[in-house]
Design a protein around this ligand. Structure first.
Ligand SMILES: [Cu+2]
Length: 131
Protein backbone atom coordinates (compact mmCIF):
# COMPACT_ATOMS: atom_id res chain seq x y z
CA UNK A 1 0.00 0.00 0.00
CA UNK A 2 1.48 3.35 -0.90
CA UNK A 3 1.58 6.32 1.43
CA UNK A 4 -1.24 8.18 -0.26
CA UNK A 5 -3.74 5.35 0.14
CA UNK A 6 -2.65 4.82 3.67
CA UNK A 7 -3.40 8.49 4.29
CA UNK A 8 -6.87 8.10 2.79
CA UNK A 9 -7.55 5.10 5.01
CA UNK A 10 -6.44 6.97 8.10
CA UNK A 11 -8.74 9.81 7.09
CA UNK A 12 -11.66 7.41 6.53
CA UNK A 13 -11.01 5.83 9.91
CA UNK A 14 -11.11 9.26 11.50
CA UNK A 15 -14.36 10.12 9.76
CA UNK A 16 -15.91 6.70 10.26
CA UNK A 17 -17.70 7.24 13.55
CA UNK A 18 -19.27 10.44 12.17
CA UNK A 19 -21.17 8.36 9.59
CA UNK A 20 -22.29 5.73 11.99
CA UNK A 21 -25.92 5.11 12.79
CA UNK A 22 -26.18 5.21 16.62
CA UNK A 23 -27.23 1.83 18.07
CA UNK A 24 -29.00 2.12 21.44
CA UNK A 25 -28.48 -0.80 23.80
CA UNK A 26 -31.53 -3.01 24.49
CA UNK A 27 -32.63 -2.70 28.12
CA UNK A 28 -33.65 -6.19 29.22
CA UNK A 29 -36.10 -7.10 32.00
CA UNK A 30 -33.18 -8.04 34.30
CA UNK A 31 -32.01 -4.41 34.25
CA UNK A 32 -28.99 -5.06 32.03
CA UNK A 33 -28.53 -3.21 28.78
CA UNK A 34 -27.18 -5.44 26.04
CA UNK A 35 -25.66 -4.97 22.62
CA UNK A 36 -24.24 -7.53 20.20
CA UNK A 37 -21.01 -6.38 18.59
CA UNK A 38 -19.24 -8.10 15.68
CA UNK A 39 -15.68 -7.33 14.62
CA UNK A 40 -14.11 -8.15 11.26
CA UNK A 41 -11.68 -6.91 8.58
CA UNK A 42 -11.71 -3.94 9.40
CA UNK A 43 -14.84 -2.81 11.13
CA UNK A 44 -17.04 -3.05 14.18
CA UNK A 45 -20.78 -3.46 13.75
CA UNK A 46 -22.34 -1.42 15.22
CA UNK A 47 -19.63 1.25 15.41
CA UNK A 48 -21.66 3.73 17.44
CA UNK A 49 -23.16 2.29 20.62
CA UNK A 50 -25.37 4.28 22.98
CA UNK A 51 -25.84 3.18 26.61
CA UNK A 52 -27.32 4.76 29.72
CA UNK A 53 -25.15 5.91 32.60
CA UNK A 54 -25.25 3.93 35.83
CA UNK A 55 -26.88 0.86 34.28
CA UNK A 56 -24.92 -2.40 33.84
CA UNK A 57 -23.85 -3.08 30.26
CA UNK A 58 -23.17 -6.43 28.63
CA UNK A 59 -21.51 -6.40 25.24
CA UNK A 60 -21.80 -9.75 23.48
CA UNK A 61 -18.75 -9.61 21.24
CA UNK A 62 -17.65 -11.97 18.51
CA UNK A 63 -15.49 -12.05 15.42
CA UNK A 64 -16.36 -12.80 11.82
CA UNK A 65 -14.86 -16.09 10.57
CA UNK A 66 -11.26 -15.76 9.41
CA UNK A 67 -7.66 -16.07 10.55
CA UNK A 68 -7.03 -12.42 11.34
CA UNK A 69 -7.04 -11.82 15.10
CA UNK A 70 -9.13 -8.95 16.41
CA UNK A 71 -9.58 -7.33 19.79
CA UNK A 72 -11.75 -4.76 21.48
CA UNK A 73 -10.34 -2.01 23.65
CA UNK A 74 -12.49 0.55 25.47
CA UNK A 75 -10.53 2.49 28.02
CA UNK A 76 -11.83 5.40 30.05
CA UNK A 77 -10.94 5.32 33.77
CA UNK A 78 -12.98 8.51 34.14
CA UNK A 79 -16.09 6.63 33.00
CA UNK A 80 -15.27 3.43 34.90
CA UNK A 81 -14.59 1.45 31.72
CA UNK A 82 -11.55 -0.75 31.18
CA UNK A 83 -12.11 -3.33 28.43
CA UNK A 84 -9.31 -5.20 26.66
CA UNK A 85 -10.50 -8.44 25.10
CA UNK A 86 -9.59 -10.72 22.23
CA UNK A 87 -12.53 -11.55 19.97
CA UNK A 88 -13.32 -15.18 19.25
CA UNK A 89 -15.59 -17.00 16.84
CA UNK A 90 -18.18 -17.56 19.52
CA UNK A 91 -19.73 -14.74 21.48
CA UNK A 92 -18.20 -13.67 24.79
CA UNK A 93 -19.67 -11.27 27.29
CA UNK A 94 -17.94 -8.09 28.44
CA UNK A 95 -19.47 -6.37 31.47
CA UNK A 96 -19.08 -2.85 32.82
CA UNK A 97 -21.20 -0.07 34.28
CA UNK A 98 -20.45 3.42 32.97
CA UNK A 99 -20.25 5.88 35.88
CA UNK A 100 -20.46 9.19 33.99
CA UNK A 101 -21.86 10.44 30.69
CA UNK A 102 -19.62 11.15 27.73
CA UNK A 103 -18.02 9.52 24.72
CA UNK A 104 -15.11 7.15 24.45
CA UNK A 105 -13.55 5.67 21.31
CA UNK A 106 -13.27 1.92 21.05
CA UNK A 107 -10.94 0.11 18.70
CA UNK A 108 -9.08 -3.03 17.74
CA UNK A 109 -5.45 -2.88 18.82
CA UNK A 110 -4.18 -5.63 16.50
CA UNK A 111 -1.47 -4.71 14.03
CA UNK A 112 0.59 -6.82 11.64
CA UNK A 113 4.27 -5.87 11.35
CA UNK A 114 4.71 -2.67 9.36
CA UNK A 115 1.11 -2.53 8.13
CA UNK A 116 -1.33 0.09 9.35
CA UNK A 117 -3.05 -0.88 12.58
CA UNK A 118 -6.59 -2.21 12.40
CA UNK A 119 -7.70 0.96 14.14
CA UNK A 120 -6.14 3.04 11.38
CA UNK A 121 -7.87 0.81 8.82
CA UNK A 122 -11.25 1.67 10.28
CA UNK A 123 -11.69 -0.89 13.03
CA UNK A 124 -12.95 1.66 15.54
CA UNK A 125 -16.11 3.16 16.90
CA UNK A 126 -17.65 5.30 19.60
CA UNK A 127 -19.34 4.36 22.85
CA UNK A 128 -21.69 7.11 23.94
CA UNK A 129 -22.95 7.20 27.54
CA UNK A 130 -26.12 9.25 28.05
CA UNK A 131 -28.53 10.14 30.88
CU1 LIG B 1 -8.75 -6.08 14.29
Amino acid sequence: MNGRWQGVLVLLAALGPAWAEPMPARLDADGVQRVEVVGGNYFFRPDHIVVKVGVPVELMVSKEPGLTPHSLVIWSPRMGIDVDAMLGGSSRVIRFTPTVTGRVDFYCQEKLLFFASHQERGMAGVLEVVE
